[in-house]
Design a protein around this ligand. Structure first.
Ligand SMILES: Nc1ncnc2c1ncn2[C@@H]1O[C@H](COP(=O)(O)OP(=O)(O)OP(=O)(O)O)[C@@H](O)[C@H]1O
Ligand SMILES: [Mg+2]
Length: 268
């Protein structure tokens, strides 16, 4: 397995073509087709069961699609694993697995190690740095089962940071974290984006979508819309993705407009 293929010149970081995914013959993603731009913070938004996690897992090669394919910088995932990091939705991880916080983060380095090579000092330093970045260094030796939900979330974020990838997929990194941790995680995501990384985040809080992200993907079985926040995060698209719950949605749009000043210029 080659881990070091070069990017195809001009290819987008992520492209998905004609993707259909089913569980037990019931489609949960239908003919999804898109390309993501490089160096943006991109929200993936849609109701529960819309297929958001399934989309990410399929791109990560964890689920086989019924049809279609995805490419990372123009190449199959197997050749590009090093360039792509994944933070799974917290509920889907077995936290009773007997492993220390430090070892979980060190696993982020494994894509960089050639076969049978053990992590080196440099890898361990990067793992520790990543733990410091998320404020979890003092928990390095703790078993992951003995952490609070928000702390577990931060450990998984550290693992992705340690990987030093170019594309980050994060499935609800803000779920169950307190306000100051949310602010801190957002800063880390923006730092990645400011370094040209592509950061794709499943996000449930519609009120903060336009303040936090540059682009938005609205998903509900089908791809409803994808594009820059200003043109894509519209009442019409939200209605298509969420169905009839218009009252709440109208309020969200109003609120989001008011919060627009939060957005940083130059990343539209
Ligand atoms: N392993 C599975 N077997 C069968 N059906 C599944 C499986 N995983 C997910 N599903 C179904 O597929 C659909 C999409 O699930 P998915 O987890 O991708 O949604 P989601 O958009 O991530 O939702 P949430 O916001 O609740 O995380 C749902 O209807 C779900 O019940
Ligand atoms: Mg999900």
């Amino acid at each position: 397995m080659s881990e070091s293929a070069a990017k195809v010149k001009g290819a987008p970081p992520v492209e998905v073509h004609d993707l259909t995914v089913s569980y037990q013959n019931k489609p949960v993603l239908w003919d999804v087709d898109f390309e993501l731009p490089e160096g943006k913070l991109i929200a993936v938004v849609g109701p529960n069961g819309a297929g958001k996690s399934t989309l990410i897992k399929t791109i990560m090669g964890l689920i086989d699609p019924v049809s279609g394919h995805s490419l990372i910088y123009g190449r199959p995932l197997e050749q590009m694993r090093k360039k792509i990091a994944y933070v799974p939705q917290r509920e889907t991880v077995d936290w009773n697995f007997p492993v220390s916080v430090f070892d979980v983060v060190l696993m982020g380095r494994y894509a960089h190690l050639s076969l049978f090579k053990r992590p080196k000092k440099h890898d361990k330093e990067l793992a520790m740095e990543a733990l410091e970045k998320v404020g979890m260094a003092e928990f390095a030796d703790r078993q992951i089962s003995q952490l609070s939900g928000g702390q577990q979330q931060r450990v998984f974020l550290a693992r992705a940071l340690a990987q030093d990838a170019e594309i980050y997929f994060m499935d609800e990194p803000f779920a169950g974290v307190d306000a100051s941790t949310e602010d801190h995680i957002l800063l880390l995501l923006k730092e990645l984006r400011n370094h040209g990384r592509t950061v794709v985040v499943v996000h449930h809080d519609l009120q903060t979508v336009s303040g936090y992200f540059d682009w938005v993907m609205l998903l509900n079985l089908r791809l409803v819309a994808l594009g820059p926040m200003e043109t894509t995060f519209t009442k019409e698209n939200l209605q298509k993705a969420y169905g009839g719950r218009l009252n709440i949605l109208s309020q969200v749009i109003e609120l989001s407009r008011k919060e627009d000043f939060i957005r940083e210029p130059g990343h539209e």
